[in-house]
Ligand binder design. Structure first.
Ligand SMILES: [Zn+2]
Length: 134
């Protein structure tokens, strides 16, 4: 089997007796120009381009894989943003609770009453101080 015409892309015509190949498309630049089999088949520029195309196709496949990964990552970022918003709201509520507990504990300390409930609140206050040092 031999290659198609490099200009018009049609199947070339092989004259077996003369061992000549040519293109029989009258609209083609190679129309009836005679080539040996080796001349017809040897196309260094086309071969180089085929190698380059193969390389670019591999690169394209790799880039498509990378893009798919980036789309997945973008989806994960949206999920993490939502989770972050939920956690930030929860942290704000807990900080408000701690502030109120601190206020109550401060009042009890001032009154000099040290029951179990007050000790528990003082523990909360100690936790809050530890948290603020971080
Ligand atoms: Zn041709």
């Amino acid at each position: 089997m031999y290659k198609a015409c490099p200009f018009c892309g049609r199947a070339a015509h092989l004259f077996l007796l003369q061992s000549i190949i040519t293109c029989l498309n009258p609209d083609c630049k190679l129309y009836k120009i005679e080539f040996t089999y080796d001349q017809w088949e040897k196309r260094p520029i086309e071969d180089d381009l085929q190698v380059r195309i193969a390389g670019l196709e591999m690169q394209n496949a790799w880039l498509n894989t990378e893009i798919a990964g980036l789309v997945l990552t973008a989806g994960c970022i949206d999920i993490y943003k939502t989770k972050n918003e939920i956690l930030q709201a929860r942290i704000a509520k807990l900080e408000d609770v701690l502030k109120r507990a601190n206020d109550i504990a401060e009042l009890w300390v001032c009154e000099g009453s040290w029951g179990e409930d007050e000790r528990e609140l003082l523990d909360i206050l100690a936790f809050n101080q530890w948290k603020e040092e971080e």
